[in-house]
Ligand binder design. Structure first.
Ligand code: DGY
Length: 361
């Protein structure tokens, strides 16, 4: 059937998704693709507000807020929001649910790349990688000759002489578990976590999905326990703490001054979740005054932040520009998925990954 230009449905795409994914869109002659024209900057809100009017679908990044104002502006024909992220704290789920607008997202495909980066940040921050590398880059290495305690930091893996290590997770979903799997060969002995679900079993013995991590089922593992604990215990007992909870009001500044003051002086905190999980000013004080050892952040509240930000000045704070999922392999799959989610919804079909919005009204 030929579709006239007037009959074409409009799909707004907030960033170029690479040639493979874009060609999936361009081969659809029944869809008019409205693409944000720049590759070097984020889609601005005014452009989105202007172009979403009359759209049937929109593909956004976590940098675009799909709030009520934007969704209402689109009009009642809007069928789908497809986000290039596993997180959806930038989207107003209630407005979607009320308007029967479907939501596609990209879980699972980025689990490994984010878990890889979480471990990278734990190692970089505990081993002073930024401070040490900057000495080399500044040409100052000859003035800092090798010395027994130069650039020393706490060891993440369990050393033979103190063979216990507790790894903590704030949020214990797919990425947290993949991070734990990577740490098993490090000789970690205990894993503690806090999770959203109040019904999930507090002890490993009750959750068979966690058994493969443990020494009892895995001869290569030193892990003796995986235990759900209160937040205060998570703070006090973690040697390395990974923040992998969703953003949003429920978790806003969950790591605040009181939390950081409870932590071990040798602890390292890694945030690959959302910047809003940590109170940045409190973290800067914690690093400056030595309440904790170091921090590795892939996300910062108010990102992107400039050189004057309190945390960028901290030598014990490694900050990366939100690159958790940025491997070429992962990003290609995410690009294809975000397009397939949008097209499936426009075609009234099952989406590869749809968030269930039941009960979100
Ligand atoms: C996510 O997927 O939520 C990341 O933070 C952005 O890719």
């Amino acid at each position: 059937m030929t579709v006239t230009p007037q009959q074409k449905r409009k799909l707004v795409v907030c960033r170029d998704l690479g040639p493979d994914a874009m060609s999936l869109l361009h081969e659809r002659h029944d869809i008019e693709v409205i693409l944000w024209p720049y590759t070097d900057r984020a889609c601005d809100r005014q452009w989105l507000m202007d172009n979403i009017v009359g759209a049937s679908g929109v593909i956004i990044m976590f940098t675009e807020k799909a709030d009520r104002e934007v969704l209402d502006k689109a009009g009642p024909q809007l069928q789908v929001v497809s986000t290039y992220s596993v997180g959806y704290d930038h989207i107003d789920l209630k407005t979607l649910s009320r308007g029967n607008i479907r939501l596609g997202y990209t879980p699972d495909v980025l689990t490994d790349s984010v878990a890889d980066l979480s471990v990278t940040l734990a190692l970089m921050s505990s081993r002073n990688a930024i401070e040490a590398a900057s000495v080399v880059q500044a040409g100052d290495w000859p003035n800092k000759p090798w010395a027994p305690f130069l650039f020393c930091g706490p060891q993440i893996s369990a050393p033979h002489f103190t063979p216990t290590r507790t790894v903590g997770f704030l949020g214990f979903g797919r990425i947290a578990r993949a991070t734990l799997a990577r740490l098993v060969p490090f000789g970690i002995t205990h894993c503690i976590y806090t999770g959203r679900s109040t019904t999930s079993p507090p002890q490993i013995d009750d959750d068979p999905s966690l058994k493969p991590y443990l020494q009892s089922s895995n001869p290569l593992s030193s892990l003796k326990s995986i235990t759900r604990v209160p937040l205060t215990t998570l703070a006090a007992e973690s040697d390395v703490l990974f923040l992998l909870a969703p953003g949003g009001p429920e978790t806003y500044h969950i790591v605040d001054e009181a939390f950081l003051r409870r932590m071990k002086k040798t602890a390292v905190v890694v945030n690959t979740g959302r910047g809003t999980l940590i109170d940045s000013d409190a973290l800067a004080r914690a690093l400056e005054e030595g309440w904790i050892w170091g921090a590795g952040l892939d996300v910062v509240e108010g990102e992107p932040v400039g050189a004057d930000h309190v945390l960028i000045k901290e030598p014990r704070c490694v900050v990366l520009p939100h690159i958790g999922s940025s491997t070429t392999e992962t990003r290609k799959v995410m690009s294809a998925m975000v397009v397939k989610n949008a097209l499936a919804a426009l075609d009234g079909q099952q989406m590869p990954a749809e968030l269930d919005l039941t009960g979100r009204v």
